[in-house]
Ligand binder design. Structure first.
Ligand SMILES: [Mn+2]
Length: 252
């Protein structure tokens, strides 16, 4: 399979050898290794958008370390993951939601959070949202080749949720959800809004969440996380026909 290379600043100007196999779900990202002079570099790319001059486009990952008086958080994200997660926030229901998010978004996600849960869960949930948003923005890099838009309407038992995402570089958050109960077990249902507001603001993404109908607060929350995971997976996905930044402005 041919790879078109351009912007070959990091190497000596030629592709010496390509080793690797396309992923099973081709056309998907292409993993392999390339020899530049005497060094081997691994890459993750697709035909046509392969670039040597910015290694960050090869690995769409980010690590955020955020320490405040209220929370201490270390978060690692891989947008091109397999859905594996290791989540420890001290809030059981929130861990459940974040695990679903990783699985259905095919994100690899590690979160270690020590928050002031003796106050309440708010700082923990909002600050994890801030860190996840920052990580999404950093991992996306220059957004070259991404789909940009993602949208899904999905059921979760009796609940129906729409989540629509635009990785526009402009934060906007619309939340049309009313929970029938204040609590989901020990979890404050209001925090679902605070979490996604923080993700949207810090990823600089446009996110609309709409609850069409639903009876059970656990299902409504789970529906929001799963549906947004799928919408986000679509939006961050690499579009094989898109060879630059998907905007008439030239940047996002
Ligand atoms: Mn559940």
């Amino acid at each position: 399979m041919p790879l078109n290379s351009h912007g070959h600043n990091g190497c000596s100007g030629y592709i010496a050898q390509i080793v690797g196999e396309p992923w099973a779900n081709f056309p998907g990202p292409y993993r392999g290794a390339i020899r530049c002079d005497t060094n081997w570099k691994t890459f993750l790319s697709r035909p046509g958008i392969f670039s040597f001059d910015d290694e960050s486009t090869m690995s769409r990952t980010a690590t955020i370390d955020r320490q405040t008086a209220e929370t201490q958080i270390k978060l690692t994200l891989n947008l091109d993951g397999t859905g594996q997660s290791k989540i420890q926030t001290g809030v059981g229901f929130f861990d459940h939601m974040l695990t679903l998010l990783a699985r259905h978004g095919l994100l690899d996600l590690e979160i270690d959070c020590h928050g002031d849960l003796e106050v309440d869960q708010h700082h923990t949930v909002e600050d994890v949202g801030i860190c996840l948003g920052l990580a999404i923005a950093e991992a996306l890099g220059d957004k070259k080749g991404i789909t940009r838009y993602g949208g899904k309407t999905l059921p979760m038992e009796e609940t129906l949720i729409t989540s629509a995402v635009d990785l526009s570089g402009r934060a906007w958050f619309v939340y049309k959800v009313d929970f029938p109960t204040e609590k989901i077990g020990e979890f404050d249902s209001q925090l679902v809004e605070d979490f996604w507001q923080a993700v949207s603001a810090n990823a600089k993404m446009n996110l609309h969440l709409v609850l069409h109908h639903g009876r059970n607060s656990h299902h409504i929350s789970e529906g929001i996380f799963k549906t947004t995971a799928r919408a986000l997976r679509e939006a961050v996905g690499i579009d094989p026909r898109e060879t630059s930044v998907p905007s008439t402005k030239g940047s996002l």
